[in-house]
Ligand binder design. Structure first.
Ligand code: ASP
Ligand code: MG
Length: 415
């Protein structure tokens, strides 16, 4: 008998009829002999609806009241799902976060889980009941309701799986797994059987929105095997786990895309110590995160510094760069919002030389000019003009054999 935590997102419980279908799935899993703890989100659109009501009343509502409000979305779903299970002859008990209890700190609207008391859930499971828990919420030391940040039900599910030492945590959603890249951009994208926590974190932070990033971090930290599956069709989904070394590793697991960045260049500043700090220091002080950074020296002893920031910070970062550029006597300070960052991700790359050059060659064959490059252990990113987004992703998808199955390390390199 396996203990599995199931998590159903907002779309999966979006209507009363769909809640019934979720109940059918849980009954089937029970009949299969599994012990089940279910975490549910609010019905789709509900959290947004509640947020909109709050902002009609106040521009700045008290954070703990916002959390009391938002937590009601999930409370509706646990009650309806428990009823649907009861209706099917399946004994179930529903819990809000505070009832479990899921104890958190008191940073309302983005609280962190500190501790989970598994005893009540354990007793229900031992009595043969299904446990239904409201995602996205907890309780602080003062007994006040907290929420975990948008998408937080994923984190609830992983945390419960860790606390109960569950065998797997299943995240049921509207896609049937994690793909090699966005299928809307490359229709040949394939579902991955397996991906490591590290790779999934990179994919998620680079814009692949299947899972909340914090949930993936949590799962990696506590070694909870995660599986992303479709609520609406049967299938094995994608397993997210540790690298086990015995599978035939693909060099690259996926291609991620980030359309949220903009580029700023401070050109013709003196090439001497402290200059990068003079430009980037005020930006960091304004709490603006800088992603890719490139600095190059020209022959006349001056240097150009180029970096990227999130679109939402662009205007402020450009103003700050203009100011420090002026102080440093820069020749020009320019911005470009028309860029995308394309990244290849794979734990397989740290054992294979030439991954970056294979990437650059594939892009050059398509005549795509690379504006910036950055690398890490398991990722190579390039910044290119936005109009090359689709072409670039497709060229890389093919070059790394993701269209047809993995390129094995031994395959003769014909590139
Ligand atoms: N209902 C919350 C949200 O929409 C939490 C979740 O769905 O995971 O962000
Ligand atoms: Mg959600």
């Amino acid at each position: 008998m396996a203990l599995i935590v199931h998590k159903y997102g907002g779309t999966s419980v979006g209507t009363v009829e769909r809640i019934g279908r979720v109940a059918d799935k849980i009954v089937a899993a029970r009949e299969n002999g599994d012990e089940i703890v279910v975490v549910v989100s609010a019905m789709s659109g509900e959290t947004d609806r509640l947020t909109a009501m709050a902002s009609e009343i106040s521009d700045n509502p008290p954070a703990h009241d916002v959390d009391v409000l938002l937590s009601t979305g999930e409370q509706v779903t646990i009650a309806l799902l428990a009823m649907a299970l009861h209706e099917r002859g399946c004994e179930a008990r529903s819990y809000t976060g505070a009832q479990v209890p899921i104890r958190t700190d008191n940073t309302y609207s983005k609280a962190r889980i500190r501790e989970i008391g598994p005893e009540r859930m354990r007793a229900d499971l031992d009595a043969g009941r299904v446990v239904v828990v409201a995602g996205f919420q907890g309780v602080d030391d003062d007994g006040r309701i907290t929420t975990l940040g948008r998408g937080g039900s994923d984190t609830t599910a992983v945390a419960l799986a860790a606390a109960l030492k569950a065998d797997e945590c299943h995240i049921y959603t509207d896609v049937d797994g994690v793909y090699t890249t966005d299928p809307r951009i490359e229709p040949k994208a394939k579902r991955l059987e397996k991906i490591t926590f590290e790779e999934m974190l990179e994919m998620a932070s680079l814009g692949s929105k299947v899972l909340q990033i914090r949930a993936v971090e949590f799962a990696g930290k506590y070694n909870v095997p995660l599986r992303v599956l479709s609520t609406f069709e049967d299938g094995p989904g994608t397993l997210i786990t540790y690298e086990d070394g015995d599978v035939e590793e693909a060099v690259i697991s996926g291609i991620a895309l980030n359309k949220d960045e903009a580029q700023i260049t401070v050109a013709g500043i003196p090439d001497k110590p402290g200059v990068a700090f003079r430009v980037l220091g005020p930006i960091a002080d304004a709490n603006i995160e800088v992603d890719v950074i490139v600095q190059n020296v020209s022959r006349d002893g001056s240097t150009d510094l180029t970096f990227t920031v999130h679109h939402r910070d662009y205007d402020q970062a450009l103003a700050l760069a203009r100011k420090s550029g002026e102080e440093l006597g820069a020749r020009e300070v320019a911005g470009n919002t028309d860029i995308v960052k394309i990244s290849i991700v794979g734990v397989g790359m740290h054992s294979h030389a030439g991954v970056a050059s294979r990437m650059f060659e594939a892009l050059s064959r398509e005549g795509i000019n690379i504006l910036m490059i950055s690398t890490s252990e398991i990722k190579v990113s390039v910044v290119v003009q936005a109009r090359y987004m689709e072409l670039g992703v497709r060229a890389l998808h093919e070059a790394f054999g993701l269209d047809t199955g993995p390129v094995t390390p031994d395959e003769p390199e014909s590139w």
